[in-house]
Design a binder for this molecule. Structure first.
Ligand code: KG4
Ligand code: ZN
Length: 360
């Protein structure tokens, strides 16, 4: 059995300040989350209806040291018990990324610890290995505030992108719809809550890309259609809001499951039968309707469906610590001068997405 590794992970790429300690005991056994401290900046950003990068960076500075101390305390460990330190180095809001990265570098230098500058998306991608030791390869639908991608996860650091969004990320669409309907921030959970009492068939919204070959996504037309529906009603009642939220959520889930079905059909040619697993990760994976729809799609395609628990779908420190441990176990550490990266694709060889407002 491998020597256990105990890693501190730091996450500051968006609006959650997080620090966690995770123990790795081998690549074929689940990890042990010893602590998972998180501070959500929701109250700081709520008055602005979205994340304000400058406020986020300042809040990370204010809270990170305390969270790291708490993560160690909750884990009942001291600095000497750590084998390495990992921090998100991108992609994300650069001011916040710098706060976490520089803090991790300071600790690594002071304590003489191995340092891992981690891709935040890799944290999401490998979470299911921490929770259930899922073997490679698997198919991944990564859906967050900044990304909507389908990838084959072949190994640590080895990702083959099948498709991505040609405009907005799906989480971004949830956030914008929430803002439009006056549901507040953060948008995803607010839309899901409002949709609970809504009629998903009242407004016939478009399903961009559905039924077309390929694995790319598009969400900006759907978002525009939601705006047009909202503007066509003189006054939005709670019923209208619930029906629009439900109609939007259903359309988004339809598109995501359609594209995932295409990817499962393609991946079946390369993924051996015992490895046919569809994983969904990232903040939008916390959406219950999406989880249900993807499970149905996966089973229809002969795939097992795997999803992390809700608190490990949205940003957290444990996923960074775990991915850092997976890298450290393979000797993949980074030099102390590794820089922050606002953009950092998981598959650098993927053909650029083509579309009107490509961001990913
Ligand atoms: O992974 P994440 O926490 O941060 C990024 O890396 O972006 O994802 C945040 C995104 C936001 O757009 C948020 O609205 C969305 O995930 N989200 C949801 C839900 N919870 C969070 N979207 C739909 N339904 C949810 N329950
Ligand atoms: Zn994320």
């Amino acid at each position: 059995m491998a020597e256990p590794l105990t890693i501190l992970g730091i996450e500051t790429s968006c609006d959650e300040t997080a620090a966690a300690v995770v123990r790795w005991r081998g690549s074929d056994v689940p990890g042990e989350i010893l602590s998972n401290a998180i501070f959500s900046q929701i109250e700081d950003h709520a008055p602005f209806g979205g994340v304000v990068p400058e406020i986020a960076a300042r809040a990370h500075v204010e809270h990170l040291d305390g969270l790291i101390a708490r993560a160690l305390k909750d884990a009942e460990l001291g600095w000497d018990d750590l084998d390495g330190i990992a921090a998100t180095a991108g992609p994300g809001l650069i001011g916040g990324v710098i706060v976490g990265l520089m803090t991790a570098k300071g600790i690594a230098a002071a304590r003489g610890l191995p340092f891992i500058a981690l891709n935040h998306l890799e944290g999401h991608a490998l979470t299911v290995r921490m929770t259930e030791a899922l073997p490679f390869p698997y198919l991944l639908l990564l859906v967050s505030g900044g990304h909507s991608q389908l990838l084959v996860v072949e190994g640590v650091g080895r990702y083959r992108r099948l498709g991505t969004t040609v405009d907005d990320a799906v989480g971004e669409a949830f956030d914008k719809v929430a803002k439009l309907l006056g549901l507040g921030y953060p948008g995803g959970p607010a839309v899901e809550r409002a949709a609970r009492d809504g009629d998903p068939s009242r407004f016939p919204l478009p399903r961009p890309m559905r039924g077309r070959p390929g694995y790319d996504f598009s969400f900006s037309g759907l978002k525009t259609a939601v705006r047009q529906v909202a503007e066509s009603l003189d006054f939005l009642t709670d019923r209208d809001r619930a029906d629009i939220a439900a109609s939007f959520q259903c359309a988004a889930a339809d598109v995501l499951s359609d594209r995932a079905e295409n990817a499962m059909a393609l991946a079946s040619e390369t993924i051996p039968p015992g490895h046919r697993r569809l994983v969904v990760a990232g903040g939008v994976a916390a959406n219950m309707l999406l989880r249900e729809r993807l499970m149905v799609s996966a089973h229809a395609c002969g795939y097992e469906f795997v999803v992390p628990p809700l608190n490990l779908c949205t940003d957290n420190g444990a996923m960074i610590a775990w991915a850092g441990a997976e890298r450290l176990a393979l000797g993949l550490t980074d030099p102390i001068d590794a820089g922050p990266r606002a953009r950092w694709p998981l598959d650098p060889d993927a053909a650029p997405a083509r579309g009107a407002g490509v961001k990913a």
